[in-house]
Structure formats: C-alpha cells, structure tokens
Design a protein around this ligand. Sequence first.
Ligand code: TXA
Ligand code: MG
Length: 328
Amino acid sequence: MARHHSSNIRPADDDDALREAIAALKAGQLVGMPTETVYGLAADATNGEAVARIYAAKGRPSFNPLIAHVADLEAAERLVLFDPVSRRLAEVFWPGPLTLVLPKRADAGVSDLATAGLDTLAVRMPSHPAAHALLKAFGRPVAAPSANRSGHVSATTAAHVAEDLGSAVAIVLDAGPSHVGVESTIVAATPAGLALLRAGGLPREAIEAVAGMPLTIVDLTDPEAPTAPGQLASHYAPGAMVRLDVEEVFPGEALLAFGADLPRHAGNAAVTINLSERGDLIEAAARLFSALRELDGKAATIAVAPIPTTGLGEAIVDRLRRAAAPRP
Ligand code: TXA
Ligand code: MG
C-alpha cells in the first residue's frame, strides 16, 4: 500500500530549511533531525508540551526518559554535573555516538517529562554537521528519541522518518542515510562506577580504555537482574500512596485532577493540582511529573481523578499505575 503523507522533507544544507526547522522548534513543533547514528524526532527539551508531542507522535504506551542533544560541552555543563571521568569521556568522544547519563543540575531547565521525572539526564553531542548546525543555532537542549513509531526499527533516512511519522513532524531535514546506523552507546556514571546501559555506535572497549576501568553491564530488560544499592533507578516513584480513578476525595488527601469535572468532595483535598482544566492530554502529560513531585510529601495519599486512556492518556495512566503499585 502506498502511504500518502504530507511530510515536508527538505535538504539539511539549505539555509531556509534550517531557519524553518529552528522556527518549528521555537514554536514547540517536532523536527526530523539527522544525526550520525539514526534520525531523531527533535523537540525543545525545555518545553513540556513540545516533549509531550514526541510521545504522542511515537505512539508509545509509556514514558521513557529522552536524550538531551547539545551543540558543545559548555551547553552540556549547563545541564548536568560532570565527574572527572565523565568529563574525560566527553572530551575524547564528543562529538560522536556516546550518550552520558549524569546527575541533572537543579537549574537545567529541561522539562520533567523529558527525564520522566528522574534526577539524572542523558546528554549527547552529535557529530553530524546538520545536527550541530541546528543545535548551535537553536541554542537550547533538544530532546530527541529515534524518529520511528513505537515498535518499529529506528529511522536511518529522511524517508523512513516521513513514512513513520508523517504529518506529526513539521519538517524533516534530509542529510542522506545515517552513517553509523545504530543508536549511541549509553553510559551512566553511578556512585559505584560506570555502567553500560545500551551498547551502540561507540565500542565498549574504547570507552574502557579511556576511563581506565571496566564498565558494569546493566541489562535493563532483565526483570530478574539484581538491583544493587546505588544502581540507577530507571523510574521515578513518589513516596506518597497513589489512589487511582477516585470518585470521592477523603479529608487530607492531595488531589490530582483532570478536566472540568472534579470528583465528589474535592473540597476535602489538602492541595489540588489540575493536570489540564480543559481536558487536554498534551498539557496533562507536560505537567504530570512536576505535579507528582509537588503533591508528594504534601499528603500521605495522592487521589487521582479518572483520566481517559486514549492517545497520550495511555502513557499517563501507565505512569500513574506504576506509581500506585505496591512497592517493596
Ligand atoms: O543515537 C541515539 O542515541 C539516538 C539519536 C537520535 O541521538 N537517540 C535515541 O534515543 O536512541 P531513544 O530515546 O530512542 O533512546 C534513549 C535511551 C532510552 O532507552 C532511555 O531509556 C535511555 O536512553 N535514557 C534516557 N535518559 C535516561 C536516564 N536519565 N537514565 C537512564 N536511561 C536513560
Ligand atoms: Mg529508540
């Protein structure tokens, strides 16, 4: 079946196309960004609603933290705290297919949705000249997962991006096929040392040679894997109890509301945050993690109003269900 789509594919080396892509990012829209590894689905990482559009476009039923792409080391230093070994890795391997997961700075300004609420942030400086030009001119961190729909293989050409994402992207910058062709290698700096979170375009041995230490291999896909103390938490969990789909609010609970209709006895709530009074799931996703953090600690229980499970609602509800699940 020939698919009809309305994607705006433009040569990456065209100045007008670059200006259009920057204007799109500034307007909170999505851009297909070529990098040396794979094409990225790019949005302004500081704009929560723009980041929410990434998840909506990918059709992913859950939120996964995203990589913040930057033009240079100085821009990365404004987002995360480097330890000496991580800085050495950045100096040697950037720009290039290495992503570093580091403690996020309090003043990073990156949307909570981009990190899925984590205190760490993945950063990467791509070597592709088109990505560099876009990031340099935009001047803000860009969140970009691989530009494929959920469950599909990563896109390595502009045509793949257009086929998978169609009109969800304002413009796709076409720089030909990505030459590395696999995603970046992801390394996390933990108190226990360096951990390899994803094998990718930069070989582990090259990283170990510069770091002067072996990388611990963390298989995030293995639910049986032992979780050592200090090992990185892949999901933010609130300390409060979370009660879902509430029809009635009990005295002293924190209320996480959605839409114009509040549950019964909403006035009982010690504190209320409405994810979106107008019932907009993009706005709700953009506010989800900061709302959870704000309500957490203000009450023993967070009562959550019913949220539709269509579109982005599926990922929002998935996140809330995890927060509500009994914890060890
Ligand atoms: O080559 C690449 O890295 C491409 C290009 C576009 O730059 N991007 C990419 O992004 O592959 P994505 O979203 O498809 O994969 C990023 C991975 C995810 O598995 C995510 O869980 C992990 O990075 N990740 C992001 N932030 C993290 C964090 N703070 N802690 C642990 N893992 C993180
Ligand atoms: Mg991916």
